[in-house]
Design a protein around this ligand. Sequence first.
Ligand SMILES: CCCCC/C=C/C(=O)SCCNC(=O)CCNC(=O)[C@H](O)C(C)(C)COP(=O)(O)OP(=O)(O)OC[C@H]1O[C@@H](n2cnc3c(N)ncnc32)[C@H](O)[C@@H]1OP(=O)(O)O
Ligand SMILES: NC(=O)C1=CN([C@@H]2O[C@H](COP(=O)(O)OP(=O)(O)OC[C@H]3O[C@@H](n4cnc5c(N)ncnc54)[C@H](OP(=O)(O)O)[C@@H]3O)[C@@H](O)[C@H]2O)C=CC1
Length: 219
Amino acid sequence: MAREFLESFGGRVFALPMTIREPDQVEDFVAKTNQEFGAIDVLVNNAGGQFPQAALDFSPKGWNAVIDTNLNGTWWMMQSAARHWVANKQSGSIVNIVADIWRGMPGIAHTCAARAGVIYLSKSVAVEWAPHDIRVNCVAPGCCESNGFGNYPPEGSATFQDSNPMRHAGDEWDVAEGVVYMAANSGKFVTGEVLNIDGGQQLWGDPWPTGRPDYFRIS
Ligand SMILES: CCCCC/C=C/C(=O)SCCNC(=O)CCNC(=O)[C@H](O)C(C)(C)COP(=O)(O)OP(=O)(O)OC[C@H]1O[C@@H](n2cnc3c(N)ncnc32)[C@H](O)[C@@H]1OP(=O)(O)O
Ligand SMILES: NC(=O)C1=CN([C@@H]2O[C@H](COP(=O)(O)OP(=O)(O)OC[C@H]3O[C@@H](n4cnc5c(N)ncnc54)[C@H](OP(=O)(O)O)[C@@H]3O)[C@@H](O)[C@H]2O)C=CC1
């Protein structure tokens, strides 16, 4: 679907079924993309996933599934792209999609842990890789109306409109435009930064992906 959408604008699209959780598949994907286009200009790590659940109920398998996707998978992609850039003496730009973690994420604590890891990983390599002309930034969406909303129970998604002082959810374009700003020439003096696109959620709001527990209801 994404392929057809992009091709409808005349874009050239290379797609390959793979999982970012497997370093070998990541390396194969990055190498083939380089072959196809001669170079990668920008890496946007958007793949991610979680399931809303009380942290006391996380199983080892569930915890590992979320960390493996959001933290490990993002890292395999970053490292592979950067190795190609350095080997080919090319500059590069990475934008990692994270989340609005600043007041914690009760109900999806595993993804909060993984995204916090990605943010500080990004800040670290933004410095390590600056000599190679590689910029590394993050975009942190608040609640944004997307296909992913369907993964939440109705009592959870019902809280998303009150997740920020604007009292409505964002959308995919809000995030996409922030990514373009970071990745393009507009962001040429920005690295190691996190751009929050959250309607002010880090300051005020009450999102509960699992539904608001009675304890937190104020009548
Ligand atoms: C402040 C609020 C912000 C809210 C806004 C945020 C929005 C978004 O981020 S939208 C994007 C949402 N997209 C998704 O959430 C995608 C959902 N799913 C996935 O990415 C994957 O299914 C996965 C990473 C959650 C699991 O991948 P995988 O390992 O392939 O799947 P398995 O089915 O084998 O599950 C492994 C293991 O994980 C646990 N588990 C998975 N789903 C659930 C669930 N719904 N409830 C409880 N536990 C779950 C479970 O332990 C599984 O093991 P088994 O039970 O032994 O199968
Ligand atoms: N919507 C929101 O409010 C927020 C979203 N985010 C993050 O933004 C990103 C996009 O969100 P959204 O569009 O809603 O999410 P979706 O769940 O709709 O899409 C996630 C995408 O990630 C891909 N993906 C998942 N696991 C893997 C994997 N192991 N390897 C390769 N690809 C994978 C999926 O591919 P496939 O379809 O093939 O499985 C899918 O295309 C996610 O990382 C999400 O966590 C963060 C904060 C808030």
